[in-house]
Design a protein around this ligand. Structure first.
Ligand SMILES: [Zn+2]
Length: 449
């Protein structure tokens, strides 16, 4: 692939200019700033590399979609997003967030790490390939959404409506970083999430606390309900909760053993005497990565201000999130939770669904995952850090696993890329190496079984 890398070398400034153009165009989905202009620009950049490009409307911001046909039968897709987070607080930026600035080999701009640097790297890889060889060995699809930073509310619907367009044999997901020692990270999945709000009500108004003798308490009622969800070993008691949990494979446990995680330093940093159940070593990592959670995000009732107020609150509320692992289903769990609470005598507690995302993963020993890992060895010259699942959540399932498409996330960020924060950045070396990594994947993709 030296001939292709030679083209990248010759077009370094061109690719950098694409990145500058895209980063100087604000695209803040939360505030509807610059969204139409950015979608248009991305469409133009796609057309510029010879892709058939178009905007596909959704009920929100459009998906910018592109295709380049290849000589082989296989199809590789790229998922990225062109929207960014709001840039505030502006006074903490060392240069204007929408005036891309390079200082000592580091490119600063809002959105450059999340996710415009990756988006442009993928365009550049295909561009260089086409210029060097005249055609691609595989078909390529670009799926660039404009609503990732506001929770991808229309991506699942888009995928469902356009299954022919998203169909692929593998998908390179939006982003990736390296650890503090510079080792590239490869992510093979995400936890899912079920987010609910519980509300307990008793009387129709707050009362003088003398009434506590005979009027039931909403706060105690909610606490008793919450108390039924988990035992003192941190095991969730909702029947069927663990039924669909996939145990980690031998390859997963191997990856887990190489995951950098300094448990003593982390424990001390957090001021903790111990992790849950006193776990250490492999069992701690395994619980962190491969076990679901049931977490109280917030709880609220009555008076907690200064001094005293003798009150019997009539309402108590709490927000819960469950981080889910493959193959748990957030919608099924929502039903199980409601049924269980009712069975335990809490049918009167309102359970409202706030968010639901499926977990997603590609097996560590899947040939596509192994190809991306091999690419890191080849291009970066070191062993990657492989995360079989990252403990956060995203819409990967809705676009990929739901349709049987394996997905792997890698990208051009670094350990200090400051996504969502002031002085967001990528290193230019990472940008160009990331392009080379993508070219490796493009070149080898049709050799997969
Ligand atoms: Zn983001």
């Amino acid at each position: 692939m030296d001939d292709i890398l030679q083209v990248v070398e010759e077009r370094r400034e061109v690719y950098l200019d694409w990145l500058v153009q895209l980063c100087q165009q604000p695209s803040i989905a939360a505030q509807n700033v610059g969204m139409a202009e950015t979608a248009h620009l991305v469409e133009r950049l796609l057309a510029g590399i010879g892709a058939s490009a178009r905007q596909i409307p959704t009920a929100g911001y459009p998906v910018v979609y592109g295709e380049v046909g290849g000589t082989g039968d296989k199809t590789l897709s790229f998922y990225n997003h062109y929207d960014v987070q709001p840039p505030e607080p502006l006074e903490e930026w060392h240069s204007d967030p929408f005036t891309p600035t390079v200082r000592e080999g580091v490119f600063y701009a809002r959105g450059v790490a999340d996710n415009k640097g990756n988006l442009v790297a993928r365009l550049a890889a295909v561009d260089a390939y086409l210029r060097a060889r005249g055609s691609l060995p595989v078909n390529v699809k670009f799926i660039f959404e404009g609503e990732e930073e506001i929770g991808s509310p229309h991506l699942a619907g888009f995928a469902e409506q356009h299954q022919d367009l998203i169909r692929a044999d593998g998908c390179i997901w939006e982003a990736g970083y390296c650890d503090v020692e510079g080792h590239r990270e490869v992510y093979l999945g995400l936890k899912g999430i079920l987010y609910v709000e519980l509300t307990a009500r008793q009387a129709n108004v707050d009362l003088h606390s003398m009434w506590a003798a005979i009027v039931p308490s909403a706060a105690w009622h909610l606490l008793r309900a919450l108390g039924t969800l988990k035992d003192d070993q941190d095991r969730v008691l909702i029947p069927g909760f663990y039924d669909d949990v996939l145990p980690p494979s031998a390859a997963d446990l191997e990856a887990l053993a190489h995951m950098p995680f300094d448990e003593d330093a982390r424990r001390q940093q957090l001021g903790l005497r111990a992790f849950i159940n006193g776990l250490t070593g492999p069992a701690l990592r395994e619980k962190y990565v491969f076990q679901p959670t049931c977490n109280i995000c917030g709880i609220e009732s009555g008076y907690t201000g200064e001094g005293l107020k003798t009150v019997l609150p009539h309402q108590a509320r709490c927000k819960l999130d469950f981080r889910l692992v493959p193959n748990q289903n957030p919608h099924k769990l929502f039903e199980q939770l409601q049924t269980y609470l009712a069975e335990q005598g809490f049918a009167d507690i309102e359970v409202r669904l706030s968010a639901a995302l499926h977990p997603a993963r590609t097996a560590t020993d899947h040939p596509f995952a192994q190809l991306v890992i091999r690419g890191v060895r080849e291009i970066y010259g070191h062993e990657p850090v492989v995360y079989p699942l990252i403990p956060g959540s995203g819409p990967m399932y809705d676009l990929c696993q739901r349709y049987g498409i394996p997905a792997v996330s890698v990208g051009v960020g670094n350990a200090n890329s400051r996504n969502h924060a002031p002085n967001e950045n990528i290193r230019l070396d990472d940008f160009y190496q990331g392009i080379a990594h993508l070219i490796f994947i493009l070149e080898q993709f049709d050799t997969l079984p």
